[in-house]
Design a protein around this ligand. Structure first.
Ligand code: NDP
Length: 474
């Protein structure tokens, strides 16, 4: 039983003022594996005070010093990659394919940010003005459970690069992963108060941080509903806000697509992180003329997406994070059938042979119309919808007929055609033929996926989201 009874404030692991505890579970077994003592409003405000005290000195460090700090953070996080992997497996149940990527990326984001910093000019001359990019102040990061340490490291890297100090509030469901990553960050020996980590309930700690007048910037990853509430509170004190919210990404298979290439990528994009990914390609758009062929191939190819113990490297889909998520996804599996969609594979209940753990049967609905709730709402589980279209125009129209716009996938044998279609998609990222991850591209969404961007080289996206231009005109 893992007992986590400290928060991280002002450079030390300290006892929280909050006295509430939350249980921690292994989602693959449903067993309680630990408990975490939660921070409260007083801890949140204490963490902001520490970040505020650290701000004057830290906000005047040189670019070179910050690059050194970022490299130290990279080394400290990479050193414990094995512990991060284990914590994510036990506490969250992600499959190896996702954990390997997340653990590597957690360390690498610091190096990527150091590289961005090298080429970023904080001072520029515009006409008679000397313009300097200054940090906006104390920043707050509020992060979800589905890729705990990637979010913590990604947001912290931008704060450090921009000279901001930070308070991080992760999801309490990820407390073991948070403990390991906090130990790594502590090893990097930053000045006291530069970063602080307070695990607690969103409605308590998250709300206190959002309302705190000494916070200038909030960077949030989570659901659209919570993002909306945070943005409303933040508006009262005009905090700068970056929002990375939900998604309902389309995977468009054009009629000339090579299905040998497209089908495995479509399924990998849809079942990514057991379906608990904002970028998951959950709407599969197929040409009516090839629908039967594509559905048959999807059904066959889905067999390799085995569900089970995330410790088994062959497993491609792990459990959902909690009983609550499991119940929610079961509700959508019922709803899809009530709405008139048919099951190509999967359905309600647990996969065969798994009688415990929050496992869901990988499901593909066929005959889905874009006005059905299963096609419009983020399900956050391994549940995909196949929608058919008559021609390219209709494919683009369906792809864009959504409140979201985070990511899209396009598959075609003709790269120029795929690019023409990509140019008309309302999404922050469009991936053609399953292209590999590009860490220097900006990340974020159109429409109700939020606003602002993270990452991106040359500093114009994620880094500048933490900066304010100050013009001195002589
Ligand atoms: P939530 O929005 O419920 O929670 C995210 C974080 O916000 C948690 O730390 C939560 O705390 C906190 N929070 C909740 N209420 C408040 C509040 N009133 N004020 C401040 N903070 C609050 O999302 P989930 O945890 O359920 O995560 C899944 C969602 O995240 C999905 O919708 C998904 O699409 C989205 N997501 C978006 C990504 C992107 O980059 N666009 C990437 C990954 C996920 P607590 O845990 O206590 O509730």
């Amino acid at each position: 039983m893992r007992i986590i009874d400290r928060v991280y404030i002002d450079g030390s692991f300290v006892e929280p003022h909050g006295e509430q505890w939350a249980p921690l579970f292994n989602p693959a077994t449903e067993e309680q594996i630990g408990k975490v003592r939660l921070a409260d409003e007083e801890d949140a405000n204490r963490a902001v005070a520490a970040a505020r005290r650290a701000f004057p000195a830290f906000s005047n460090t040189s670019k070179e010093e910050r690059i050194t700090v970022l490299k130290r953070l990279h080394a400290a996080v990479s050193e414990r990659a094995g512990d991060l992997v284990e914590a994510m497996r036990v506490e969250y149940g992600a499959p190896s394919s996702f954990i390997d990527f997340a653990a590597r990326r957690a360390g690498n984001v610091f190096l990527d940010m150091a590289k961005t910093l090298e080429s970023y000019d904080f001072r520029r001359r515009i006409g008679r003005a000397d313009v300097e990019m200054r940090p906006s102040g104390v920043a707050v990061a509020i992060t979800p459970w589905n890729s705990n340490y990637s979010f913590i490291c990604g947001k912290l890297s931008a704060a450090i690069a921009s000279d901001s100090t930070m308070v991080i509030k992760p999801s309490e469901m990820s407390a073991i992963q948070t403990q390991v990553i906090t130990e790594c960050l502590h090893e990097a020996a930053l000045s006291k108060g530069v970063f602080n980590i307070v695990t607690g309930y969103g409605a308590v700690v998250g709300a206190a941080l959002t309302a705190n007048r000494d916070v200038s910037k909030i960077t949030f990853t989570g659901s659209t509903v919570t993002g909306r509430a945070i943005a409303q509170t933040a508006a009262a004190t005009m905090k700068r806000v970056t929002m990375e919210l939900g998604g309902k990404s389309p995977s468009i298979i054009l009629d000339d697509a090579d299905l040998e290439v497209a089908i495995p990528h479509v399924l990998a994009a849809g079942f990514l992180n057991s379906g608990q990914a904002c970028i998951a390609g959950t709407r599969i758009l197929v040409p009516e003329s090839r629908r039967d062929e594509i559905e048959a191939r999807l059904k066959e190819a889905a067999k390799v997406f085995t569900v089970g113990d995330p410790g088994d490297r062959e497993v491609r889909i792990g459990p959902l994070v909690s009983r609550k998520q499991w119940d929610r996804v079961q509700g959508y599996l019922r709803l899809g059938q009530e709405e008139g969609a048919t099951l190509l594979i999967g359905g309600e209940g647990r996969p065969e042979g798994l009688d415990r753990g929050w496992f869901v049967r990988p499901t593909i609905f066929s005959g889905v119309r874009n006005d059905m709730r299963i096609a419009r709402e983020e399900i956050f589980g391994p549940v995909l919808c196949v929608l058919s279209y008559r021609d390219e125009e209709e494919a683009i129209a369906i792809a864009n007929a959504t409140d979201y716009g985070l990511q899209a996938n396009v598959f075609s044998s003709d790269l120029e055609r795929a690019k023409r279609v990509a140019d008309r998609i309302e999404a922050g990222r469009v991936i053609i033929n399953g292209a590999p991850h590009e860490p220097f591209a900006p990340f974020g969404g159109f429409k109700q996926c939020g606003f602002g961007r993270e990452f991106g080289v040359f500093g114009v996206f994620g880094l500048e989201a933490f900066l304010e231009p100050r013009a001195v005109i002589a």
